[in-house]
Write a protein that binds this ligand. Structure first.
Ligand code: SF4
Length: 359
């Protein structure tokens, strides 16, 4: 029996259907328009599971094992050894990573709650986080100290490709003496050992994606209408008072719509003194944040472009998902889908057929 729990409820009873129908009457015309647009969208993994926008970690997960990523979409719940239903990604080390990110963010930034009324408002706040991080750098007046901003949202379609990405950059720092801009990714470790190359590889790709997205933003290579289309947002919807006030308090009194906020971001990024020069990963011990292992590396643009060429057809639904190659079979040992994986079974059969032929 596969250790996979059904995740989709398809046995609605009459009461639930009536409640659903009543609810429909309360839906605003904007929401109905949004839903109609959604129906017109292509039926491929990009739109079916990710509404047209990938997170940067989707690509890292795809690099680790595309077949596993696809199983996560189909069966997001599994039974653990105690027979309880668990979400596949609810692992203790992941929760620990989230706490650590928050801790590091609070070292240098204060969290402010803003009450949002619409999707446009919450995207207005995301843009505000970017505006604040970049404006802080532009107005930095300590020539001998590094400027640091953490947890900055980022988005874009790299190299004008069909895939659109969103993510959060853990840290951007700028050295005013050398004019070097660095993107840093934080990762947690359970033990005081340096990570294996297979692990650092996906982390490096992640940092390289962030660097490319940030550089494209700085260079103004961001398509405004594509941003609104992919996130399904109305650019001219007025932002609520709470969001407008936050912009005002930070010295931007003329921001009334999401489009105004987007234009402001473009104006500021265009004034950035440099594009990213360095990339690094900081591995931090879960039980003792004073232990760190830092890895710096060069950008390999060609490699990133090749990866995008390989991953795109899966998202656009023009090829089936692929599992790991035989030399990466070690990944299957920790995989939640090992027992049902058709790719693994096929590779094992292929291997025994080859062995028989050789004998
Ligand atoms: Fe990928 Fe191996 Fe898991 Fe199959 S068993 S999904 S090939 S990691």
């Amino acid at each position: 029996e596969p250790k996979v729990a059904p995740s989709i409820k398809d046995d609605f009873d009459d009461d639930e259907l009536v409640a659903f129908a009543e609810n429909l009457e309360n839906i605003s015309p904007e929401e109905l328009e949004r839903r109609a647009k959604k129906k017109e969208r292509p039926n491929n993994p990009l739109f079916k599971y990710r509404r047209g926008v990938l997170s940067v970690s989707d690509l890292s997960a795809q690099i680790w094992c595309e077949q596993q990523l696809y199983y996560k979409f189909l069966y997001p719940f599994v039974l653990n050894d105690e027979g309880e239903i668990k979400r596949v990604d609810d692992k203790p080390h992941m929760l620990c990573g989230t706490a650590l990110h928050l801790e590091r963010e609070l070292e240098i930034q204060t969290k402010v709650s803003i009450e949002c009324k619409t999707r446009e408002d919450s995207y207005g706040v995301r843009l505000l986080n970017m505006v604040q991080g970049i404006n802080g750098l532009l107005t930095w007046n300590k020539p001998n100290e590094r400027y640091i901003t953490r947890e900055m949202p980022i988005f874009g379609n790299m190299y004008g490709g069909k895939l659109y990405f969103r993510g959060i950059i853990d840290e951007i720092n700028y050295d005013p003496r050398t004019h070097q801009l660095e993107v840093v990714e934080f990762k947690t470790r359970a033990s005081k050992t340096a990570p294996k190359p297979q692990q650092t590889y996906t982390h490096e790709v992640q940092v390289n994606i962030y660097r490319t997205l940030l550089d494209e933003l700085i260079q103004g290579q961001v398509d405004k209408s594509l941003y609104f289309e992919r996130f399904n947002l109305q650019p001219s919807t007025p932002l609520c008072e709470a969001v407008r006030n936050e912009y005002k308090e930070r010295g931007f009194p003329d921001i009334n719509t999401l489009e105004n906020a987007f234009d402001l971001l473009m104006k500021l990024t265009f004034r950035m003194p440099t594009i990213t020069t360095n990339g690094a990963i900081e591995y931090i011990l879960q039980s003792d944040a004073t232990w760190k292992h830092r890895k710096e590396f060069q950008r390999d643009e060609k490699h990133l472009q090749d990866l995008l060429i390989k991953s795109e057809p899966f998202w656009l639904g023009t090829r089936e998902p692929e599992g790991v190659d035989i030399e990466d079979a070690f990944k299957c040992q920790w995989c939640d889908y090992g027992e049902i994986c058709a790719w693994r079974e096929e590779k094992a059969n292929e291997f025994s057929r080859k062995k028989k032929r050789l004998n």
